[in-house]
Design a protein around this ligand. Structure first.
Ligand code: GDP
Ligand code: ZN
Length: 460
């Protein structure tokens, strides 16, 4: 048990917006009793655990009433940190909250470091490290989908999976060690084949987690979507149309290049980071050329391309240039301006661009937007990302640990195939075991722990 009492302003995750001052530690209740006077004039220390009390916070020196509050009493060990916790719900705004926090600090608590509440939850055995990290992700979650993934992680999905893999590794290590230490140890199946078989099964499980890492990145940062098309096809109109529908706009970031605009939006629960580029075309104009190169770069990095064509005019060199540029990407082609006399058909585009979805739109008449949404949803939800029952590694630290674990497993395989002695196998098996343990925090250095928890905002 960590032995001092910490406090911080911790804004609740719910939409209510009421400020909470959270105190955790041995003396949390004693400190609160110095400041809080309940309407029934009863001390908090006498109250049952997990109860809420109405009263005033009073400055013990001046006897001034600071705010009318609700105080939650949660006694150890069944709390978030496994320590005594007091939560003071106040409604007096930031200044009042600061004042109350100040009183709490001058009466025996110290200011919590960022993430320290969750760090304590981890250190006191309340949650494993990947769950604790999921708290960071929840705080930072930009979209609902991202939030859902974090919540699953918090429930310990990754922890359970890793634990399962580690126990299989441990079993393998145990058998090998036993056969080294006791040559007479009668484990019939132990032999290269048995080890190699088990190894493949384990590697497959680790790889599966690792493969989810790219999807995880998408969930967290948004699917990077780039709108391309020659000038005047309607790129900016599309961007505006998508934004004007009542979809949740998460943030808006003005682009750095002229006519490049970037927005975060949430389409049917799928987070998109959508970029409207300047027209892509070959040009002699040096200023324009910079814009063009930028667009090509964006196409290269994109997860999804929305290419726009003007259905009312014939294909141009510029269109063909873009077709070529996007041929290996996931694309949706929009045939825009179908309100005008049409010169390009969907069939025609399907012949020009392979593996794409073609959608006819008229942004002028607001036609086709639903189809665009549906296409995106199909491509990313039903197709590649199915977030309902899959695990996603959304965290770069986890990804690195998984990669290291796989490297070690490969080394084991190599040792066996090269006919190295059994104790060489078990060294790499143990390494792999440790790398996986880094994810759940079972084998992780203090430095890493400190670094992880310092990413939290204050009060969590
Ligand atoms: P961008 O240069 O690709 O960004 O194209 P804009 O979005 O600025 O649009 C160029 C012009 O085409 C504007 O005058 C738009 O009003 C017009 N426009 C966009 N979509 C449509 C459409 O579906 N039908 C018609 N008739 N005009 C459109
Ligand atoms: Zn534009």
């Amino acid at each position: 048990m960590v032995n001092n009492t910490i406090a911080a302003i911790s804004t609740s995750l719910s939409a209510s917006g009421i400020g909470i001052i959270r105190i955790s530690g041995e003396d949390a209740i004693i400190i609160a009793d110095k400041l809080f006077v309940s309407k029934k004039n009863k001390k908090l220390i006498e109250q049952k655990t997990h109860t809420i009390h109405y009263g005033n916070i009073i400055d013990p020196e001046s006897n001034e009433i600071i705010d009318e509050v609700l105080v939650s009493v949660m006694k150890e060990p069944n709390t978030y940190t496994k320590e005594n916790i007091i939560e003071i719900n106040c409604h007096g705004g930031v200044i009042v909250m600061q004042k109350i926090l100040h009183l709490v600090l001058s009466n025996g608590a110290r200011l919590a470091e960022p993430g320290e509440f969750t760090k304590r939850a981890f250190l006191n055995g309340r949650m494993d490290l990947s769950s604790a990290e999921a708290v960071i992700d929840i705080i930072n979650a930009k979209t609902e989908l991202s939030l859902e993934s974090s919540v699953n992680q918090l429930k310990g999905n990754i922890y359970r999976e890793i634990k399962d893999i580690r126990s299989k590794l441990l079993e393998l290590i145990a058998h090998i060690e036993a056969s080294i230490d006791y040559p007479e140890y009668d484990y019939e199946e132990l032999g290269e084949d048995m080890v190699l078989n088990n190894l493949d099964g384990i590697k497959e499980k680790v790889s599966k987690l690792l493969n989810s890492a790219d999807d995880g990145k998408i969930i967290r940062e948004g699917i990077k979507t780039v709108i391309v098309g020659k000038p005047n096809v309607g790129k900016s109109s599309l961007m505006n149309a998508l934004l004007n529908e009542d979809r949740a706009i998460v943030t808006a970031v003005a682009g750095t290049t002229r006519d490049v605009l970037e927005e975060y939006m949430n389409i049917k629960g799928i987070p998109l980071r959508i970029i409207d580029t300047a027209g892509i075309r070959e040009t002699e104009d040096i200023v324009e050329k910079i814009g063009v190169n930028k667009s090509e770069e964006l196409v290269e990095e994109a997860d999804l391309i929305i290419m726009m064509l003007d259905a009312s005019s014939d294909l141009t060199e510029e269109d063909r240039y873009i077709f070529n540029l996007i041929k290996n990407k996931k694309t949706i082609v929009l045939l825009n301006k179908i309100d005008l006399p049409v010169r390009i058909t969907e069939e025609f585009v399907y012949k020009e661009v392979k593996n794409t979805r073609v959608i006819s739109t008229s942004l002028k008449d607001n036609k086709g937007l639903d189809d665009i949404e549906k296409a995106i949803k199909d491509m990313f939800l039903i197709g590649d990302i199915n977030f309902n029952d899959n695990l996603y590694i959304t965290n770069i630290r986890h990804k690195v640990s998984l990669e290291n674990a796989i490297d070690s497993l490969n080394s084991v395989k190599e040792s066996i195939e090269m006919g190295m002695p059994e104790d060489c196998w078990s060294i790499d098996l143990k390494n792999s075991y440790d790398y996986l343990g880094e994810i759940t925090g079972d084998s992780v250095s203090d430095d890493i722990i400190h670094q992880i928890f310092s990413q939290f905002c204050l009060g969590k």
